[in-house]
Write a protein that binds this ligand. Structure first.
Ligand SMILES: [Zn+2]
Length: 306
């Protein structure tokens, strides 16, 4: 293990939920630097893809703040016509977040304003699907066309039009010259019933003054600082704070079960053709290798022993 691997990325990622303006405004803010960097490292993502994936993970983490019970999850699936081909980000109750880009090897020329061209990498045409699985009924999925592929704008549009909650969404990832994530964070402000145009204008002005969230995080802003800046003079009150981390529920045992479920025919073919099998988890990039004796044991479990 190298020096770099031994020292885990120093991260104190967390998200906060706050209420302001006598209950007219709900705000969510997060620092996701460690999360975005772990996703980059696990998937070997290039800078533009790193920013896109980090923004998607941050958006999912923020929406996941509304989950109340174990087993509940929110998943964003962003399918645009750009070279990334698709982004999946999932947040589960407890601040557990995972995700991947279909093609993480994407880096485009930087935009004239100096920002990474996330919209170009994701694509401006496509669909954002938001699935909320509350563990009781069928998961609910809402879908809405992409606006710009910048993810923050797409989520703003989705929340306002598909879910009828006027929202301001700001997501940002700063990628260093070494390709690693320097800072990452996000902010979602939602106008609840009772909020008026004056509130909306004031919030827009505050968010504009705050500037890019990734820069604020880079300068040391904690989620509560983002809330204080975005909701200044609206008496914000923090309702909850929880740590966030990259976490995938996959395991060798689960992959084994999945292989067993393929049935004796498939397993026999693997044994005869390669004498081994390897499965890679899409979500976290973990590799699981099985040799001939593992496969023979699985064949046995699948009821195909000769
Ligand atoms: Zn995994």
């Amino acid at each position: 293990m190298s020096e770099a691997e031994a020292s885990a990325p120093a991260g104190s990622d967390s998200a906060v939920r706050a209420i302001a303006g006598d209950g007219r405004i709900l705000a969510l803010a997060a620092r996701t630097t460690g999360l975005a960097e772990e996703a980059r490292r696990r998937h070997g993502a290039w800078p533009t893809a790193t920013a896109a994936l980090g923004r998607a993970l941050t958006g999912a983490a923020l929406l996941g703040m509304s989950l109340k019970e174990e087993g509940q999850s929110v998943t964003l699936r962003i399918f645009g016509n750009g070279p990334i081909g698709g982004l999946i980000a999932e947040a589960r109750h407890g601040g557990l977040v995972r995700g991947y880009a279909r093609n993480p090897a994407v880096h485009l020329p930087v935009r004239p304003d100096g920002k990474l061209d996330v919209g170009g990498a994701v694509g401006k045409k496509g669909v954002l699907h938001v699935t909320r699985d509350l563990g009781v009924q069928q998961p609910y999925t809402g879908s809405y066309p992409l606006v710009s592929g910048e993810i923050g704008e797409d989520l703003t549009s989705y929340l306002g039009r598909a879910e009828q909650v006027p929202s301001l969404v700001s997501l940002g990832v700063l990628v260093g010259t070494d390709g690693a994530v320097r800072s990452s964070g996000g902010l979602i402000i939602q106008m609840l019933p009772g909020a008026d145009d004056a509130d909306a204008l004031r919030l827009e002005e505050n968010v504009r003054r705050l500037g890019p969230v990734s820069r604020a995080v880079d300068q040391g802003a904690a989620p509560s600082d983002l809330i204080a800046a975005a909701l200044s003079d609206m008496a914000p009150r923090i309702l909850s704070e929880e740590p966030l981390r990259f976490h995938c529920g996959c395991s060798r045992a689960r992959v084994r079960d999945a292989l067993v479920s393929l049935g004796p025919g498939e397993l026999r073919a693997m044994i005869e053709e390669d004498g081994a099998a390897e499965a890679v988890c899409h979500f976290c990039g973990e590799r699981y290798a099985f040799d001939r004796s593992d496969l023979t044991e699985m064949l046995d479990l699948a009821g195909g022993a000769r």
